[in-house]
Design a protein around this ligand. Structure first.
Ligand code: F6R
Length: 242
């Protein structure tokens, strides 16, 4: 694993944007795996800024998001589809039909899981996956205990994840109980992974990722076995770990 340090959140976002833009310019038809949450918001803002200024093109880029809440339609402001449109897709020249987010309001969730997995495979797999990390080591919505062999599946959200995500909703009771997420095996099939880690609250998770055992009780630990992972972490997250 390669670790790049950044002074703060803004510098982490800037470095992550430079990393992505270099890959997109090198391979204009790249398949990107994308994440939501607070961590990549600054990265997406930088990509939008670069698109406006330097005209980096997304015409041939295809994207696959990690996850989506069950029961929320794509028009729901709390859905991850809405998040991606708002923070990135609406502001760049990507074709809407090339952007993929698992469907949360589907009548047949199991079929949606296998369809999503097949869709990624039909496109030749993910070239570069962006990840954030939960303070309990989750990646995507893969909570501690998730099998390292898992593919796209439906999960019941843990109380701590629901509470942590409640900040985006009017109240905790509105946070869905289930989500659809790429599995650990699906994430690990990506040819390259970029993990962003920012803030004090993620320091323990980063330490465990770098120094703990590779174990299903800490999902992100599997990244230690991937051949091409880059971590960009800010000082608040990295502290004196490295
Ligand atoms: C989001 C996702 C999650 C987040 C993680 C960190 O698509 O898959 O695993 O990356 O929960 O969230 P933030 O960035 O809000 O701290």
């Amino acid at each position: 694993m390669k670790i790049l340090q950044a002074k703060n959140y803004d510098e982490m976002s800037q470095k992550a944007a430079e990393f992505l833009i270099e890959r997109i310019r090198r391979s204009p038809d790249i398949n990107l795996g994308l994440a939501t949450g607070g961590t990549p918001v600054g990265l997406y803002a930088q990509l939008v800024k670069d698109h406006q200024k330097n005209h980096t093109s997304y015409q041939d880029v295809t994207t696959f998001n990690l996850d989506e809440y069950m029961g929320l339609s794509s028009e729901d402001p709390n859905s991850y589809r809405f998040f991606m449109d708002k923070h990135l897709f609406k502001h760049i020249d990507i074709k809407k039909s090339n952007t993929h987010v698992p469907l949360g309001d589907t009548a047949n969730p199991q079929k949606q899981c296998s369809d999503y997995e097949n869709l990624i495979e039909r496109h030749g797999g993910i070239d570069l996956q962006i990840l954030g990390i939960g303070s309990n080591g989750h990646i995507g919505f893969n909570e501690p205990g998730t099998s390292f062999q898992s593919e796209t599946h439906i999960v019941e959200l843990t109380p701590s994840t629901r509470e942590s995500n409640a900040r985006y909703f009017n109240s905790l009771s509105e946070v869905p109980f289930h989500a659809i997420t790429m599995g650990i095996a699906s994430i690990m099939r990506s040819r390259e992974i970029l993990l962003l880690v920012s803030g004090n609250a993620k320091r323990d998770a980063l330490e465990q990722l770098l120094q703990g055992e590779v174990n299903e009780s800490f999902p992100a630990s599997i990244l230690r076995t991937h051949p091409a992972v880059t971590i960009i972490a800010d000082e608040a997250a990295i502290g004196s770990i490295v």
